[in-house]
Design a protein around this ligand. Structure first.
Ligand code: FE2
Ligand code: FE2
Length: 142
């Protein structure tokens, strides 16, 4: 049986990012409602660091690790992986917009990329949590 190197904190990263997305969602609502508290500015910047230091490296590891391995062993799942890669590409573009708007913070410019990240990344992570461990087990690469 061939094994692959899972990202050390594969599941933990996902759970931590989902929690941060919920927080980001709350912070965006504060801007929308005009009730933004002062520390929220700092949290937008902190999330930009999480994108750079955690999420992008995590994506890269998936691309060269588990995604590539599934592609190698299963033709049947290449569409699924293509789909996941397309979502990464879409998110890289939106991450750039978010990071630019986070420091110095431009409230109006950060709303759209933040909302897209919340929507697309949450769905992406849930798909990975549901499908990838089962798939890897089934393909005998876990
Ligand atoms: Fe991913
Ligand atoms: Fe992931």
């Amino acid at each position: 049986m061939t094994t692959i190197n899972w990202i050390d904190n594969y599941h933990e990263d996902h759970m931590a990012v989902l929690r941060l997305l919920a927080k980001l969602d709350g912070n965006i609502k504060e801007i929308d409602m005009g009730t933004k508290r002062q520390h929220v500015d700092m949290e937008f910047k902190e999330f930009a660091d999480v994108i750079k230091d955690v999420i992008i490296p995590h994506f890269k590891q998936e691309e060269s690790g588990i995604y590539a391995r599934i592609n190698e062993v299963s033709e049947k799942h290449q569409n699924f992986i293509k789909n996941m890669l397309d979502e990464h590409e879409r998110l890289y573009l939106v991450f750039d917009q978010y990071i630019t708007a986070a420091d110095p913070l431009e409230e109006q410019a950060i709303i759209e990329p933040a909302k897209t990240i919340i929507e697309v990344l949450e769905r992406h992570i849930k798909k990975e949590e549901e499908a990838i461990p089962i798939l890897a087990k089934k393909l005998n690469i876990w």
